[in-house]
Design a protein around this ligand. Structure first.
Ligand code: ADP
Ligand code: MG
Length: 602
């Protein structure tokens, strides 16, 4: 007896409806899910021209019985659920019986399949708009589904597809996400004849991630395994500073289903707290297991989102799981960092709610709220050995170098008061203007590396960065493919050469790839110069001696836009002595002489 049935009308109405096929990657996702539901442990995917020309997925799963062949392409035909109750406990990826029907509605399909119980296999050919034909054929047990000429007869939708490269990358992401969660299943992806993902079945989880994300990220990964009541979080997180410039490596899955969920991302990012630079995002592959009945997968037609009862608790579990994975020391570091942050926000809150004196709110209006309270807390920590600290000419005056605060701000004293300079923003501005000029004049100072950096990236990133190599050459990078996922970097812009490390370059590559080089060439180049300057500049948290401070200030004084960093944020603030005097109730020289007179002091 056949296994596939058409769902009853009343059940169909309970299923979230909507378009399943948005682009080639949605087809790949649906077909992979079908193979997994069929119990396959090896899934081979081959795509051509971004999957628009063709997609072929072969598995070694159960196969489809001959009598099911003619109905499995119909809408709402499924072997996976049949009753209302089934919908509350969906343990398979598929359940809507719509994928094959939706694909057949927008492309040509050929399925070749063989079950264990039948002697001959079946071939189904469904041409766009025609009744499917089923014939005999043979193959080893399993199923191959070929989809060709997507949206051939729907030009309006075909027009909305991106170019083959972008569609290929989407497919690659889909395969990578699924492969990351299921190390026991083998995945192979061929793109236009070249194998770009090759993961054998039954891999150890760590090896699987390494083959997908590259060895460098894999080296920084920490195991996560944490239970919180019935919720268990398992997988990996990357130890900072290894990170990405966007959320694309935040892999979450629930009950081994890849999902994206803003709240989980936020919980994860909170766990990292201040350990990542601004604009950097964590890298993780975390699976959440919990009772099936607390998860509703029937909320989004493409199953990209699921509804989780108790999402708050799951978010908390993610947070604790990640913090624990980083170990006790990280927790202490983190909480102390967090509490110092909290103090600032507390002050900010007071100011906002009017609990502070007028003077403090004046500071607030001038955007100086953190400066004043922090000084009150005597958190000034001048660095450098000598007492007088040295002097520097700047902005038409002479400033005494007091030192640094929190290894973050340079403190300069003048007659007028205090100048607080953001060390990173200032240095970044210097390097940006320098490199910008060098690029415009076509004479970028380049540093040849005796030993090139070899970076292992994900296959997708490796390909993309090599594609950009010609443009990158203009700013001093020589990047070539080193075979497989590896690229070699043999020259760097000189300003970067001074500080470059492997980790640094990996982050830089990420940021470059995030720039999206589809924008105008000169904007791209300007952004490239910005990220390069940013990576070459002294960091927040780096301690500087007086000479280094002086050098930065002298260089800054020669720049055109010294008051802003290259992203437009202010790079310095001024606090007038008068304002400090007033805020502590000191009325200046007159007040002192009145006081002395009253008390008969000289
Ligand atoms: P669903 O997965 O929601 O059941 P689909 O349209 O994706 O709906 O598939 C319809 C049916 O075809 C499935 O229920 C399954 O019985 C059968 N099928 C599809 N792909 C495969 C496969 N690769 N191996 C075995 N059976 C398959
Ligand atoms: Mg399906």
């Amino acid at each position: 007896m056949g296994k596939v049935k058409i769902l009853a009308e009343d059940i169909v109405t309970l299923i979230s409806a909507g378009e399943v096929i948005e682009n080639p990657s949605s087809i790949v996702k649906e077909l992979i899910e079908n193979s997994l539901d069929a119990g396959a442990d090896m899934i081979d995917i081959a795509i051509n021209e971004g999957g628009i020309r063709s997609i072929a997925i072969s598995d070694n799963g159960s196969g489809i019985l001959r009598e099911d062949c003619s109905i499995c392409l119909q809408r709402h035909s499924t072997s996976k659920i049949s009753t209302r109750e089934d919908i509350d406990q969906i343990s398979t990826y598929g359940f809507r019986g719509e994928a094959l029907a939706s694909i057949a509605a927008v492309a040509d399909i050929r399925i070749i399949t063989q079950t264990e119980e039948e002697v001959t296999g079946s071939q189904i050919i469904a041409r766009f708009g025609e009744i499917p034909k089923v014939t005999e054929t043979s193959r080893p047990q399993g199923t191959t589904v070929e989809v060709t000429d997507l949206f051939k007869n729907i030009p309006a939708r075909r027009k909305h597809l991106s170019d083959a490269r972008v569609e290929s990358q989407r497919i690659q992401e889909v395969v990578m996400k699924q492969a990351a969660i299921l190390p026991e299943i083998g995945f192979r992806l061929k793109r236009d004849g070249n194998t770009i993902i090759d993961c054998p079945p039954n891999q150890v989880a760590g090896d699987r991630i390494a083959s997908l994300w590259g060895i460098d990220i894999a080296r920084s990964l920490v195991d996560v395994d944490y239970s919180y009541g019935n919720i268990r979080i398992t997988g990996f997180v990357a130890r900072p500073p290894v990170s990405r410039g966007n959320r694309s490596r935040e892999y979450f899955s629930i009950l081994k289903r890849p999902i994206t969920d803003e709240r989980l991302s936020r919980a994860l990012e909170t766990a990292y707290s201040t350990t990542l630079m601004k604009g950097q995002y964590p890298i993780c592959a975390l699976d959440i297991s919990m009772e099936l009945s607390k998860v509703d997968v029937n909320v989004h037609p493409t199953k990209r989102e699921v509804r989780i009862l108790d999402i708050e608790r799951v978010g908390d579990a993610v947070k604790v799981a990640v913090r624990r994975a980083f170990g006790v020391t990280d927790i202490i570091e983190e909480t102390s960092m967090q509490s110092s942050l909290d103090e600032t926000t507390d002050i900010e809150r007071k100011i906002k709610s009017g609990e502070t004196s007028e003077v403090e709110s004046q500071f607030h209006h001038k955007g100086q709220i953190t400066a004043a309270p922090l000084i009150e807390q005597s958190l000034l920590m001048p660095s450098g050995d000598d007492d007088d600290g040295g002097e520097v000419d700047f902005l038409g005056g002479v400033f005494k170098i007091l030192g640094q605060m929190h290894n973050l701000y340079i403190l300069l004293e003048s007659e007028e008061g205090l100048l607080i300079v953001d060390q990173h923003a200032a240095h970044e501005r210097v390097l940006y203007e320098q490199l910008r000029t060098e690029v415009t004049q076509g004479r970028v100072a380049v540093q040849e590396l005796l030993q090139p950096f070899i970076l292992s990236l994900s296959p997708k990133d490796a390909e993309q960065i090599v594609e950009l190599s010609e443009t990158l050459e203009n700013i001093g990078f020589t990047i070539t493919s080193f075979g497989g996922n590896e690229v070699s970097i043999s020259t760097l812009p000189e300003i970067l050469g001074r500080v470059a490390s492997e980790t640094e370059l990996l982050t830089l590559v990420d940021r470059i790839l995030d720039l999206g080089h589809t924008e105008a060439a000169d904007t791209f180049m300007d952004n490239l110069v910005k990220v390069t300057a940013c990576h070459s500049a002294v960091r927040s948290g780096q301690s500087l001696n007086t000479d280094e401070i002086r050098d930065i200030i002298i260089e800054l004084s020669t720049t055109k836009s010294k008051f802003n960093c290259c992203h437009g944020r202010p790079s310095m603030i001024r606090i007038r002595k008068e304002d400090i005097d007033r805020s502590v109730g000191r009325m200046g020289a007159d007040a002192i002489s009145r006081y002395k007179a009253r008390h008969g002091l000289k």
